[in-house]
Design a protein around this ligand. Structure first.
Ligand code: ADP
Length: 159
């Protein structure tokens, strides 16, 4: 049976840190669905359509990765897609408490679905979508932190 993982997030926008986790995950699981969840309280900079387009462009070279969108509960989505695992990235100790809370809740909601954590690549441990947006807003150099298409899209937003 094919092993499917869901890699959830808001991806506003996708960074090289996200892509590192997606790429490495796609080498372990048979199939990875990057699922954009739009039910967050924060106001996003990019629309769902823009975020999907950027994700699709950035993962085009990964044949077993697809991009999808959902606005329900992650565990319901994972169940509906018959996923085996939820794939998340961990940057620092500060991520840990939040992730542990969500993982425990998801485990209670459906004990069959495991959550897998991958440690970030050291070079991305400080990297988040918010910090990238902050730097881009003040015209700082974000090359190497996001794919070129995201860099272009950010420059356009803040021009
Ligand atoms: P959320 O709002 O659900 O945290 P994000 O889009 O910010 O969504 O992140 C999605 C996933 O990617 C999370 O598991 C997060 O920990 C992980 N992630 C974000 N940035 C990095 C990074 N630089 N290195 C590794 N994982 C990361």
């Amino acid at each position: 049976m094919k092993k499917l993982a869901i890699c959830p997030g808001s991806f506003d926008p996708v960074t090289n840190g996200h892509l590192d986790i997606i790429r490495r995950g796609s080498g372990i699981f048979d199939e990875v669905i990057v699922a954009l969840f739009n039910n967050q309280s924060k106001t996003p900079l990019f629309s769902v359509e823009e975020r999907i387009r950027l994700l699709e462009e950035a993962t085009r070279d990964l044949p077993n990765v697809t991009v999808d969108v959902s606005d329900g509960l992650l565990i319901d989505y994972a169940r509906q897609r018959k996923a085996h695992a939820i794939l998340r990235g961990l940057r620092a100790i500060s991520d840990f408490e939040y992730e542990m809370q969500i993982t425990s809740m998801n485990k209670k909601l459906d004990p069959r679905i495991e959550t897998f954590f991958m440690m970030t690549n050291n070079q991305y441990s400080f990297l988040s979508s918010s910090i990238v947006k902050e730097v881009a807003k003040y015209k700082g150099d974000i090359s190497g932190l996001v794919p070129p298409s995201v860099e272009k899209a950010l420059m356009k937003k803040y021009q």
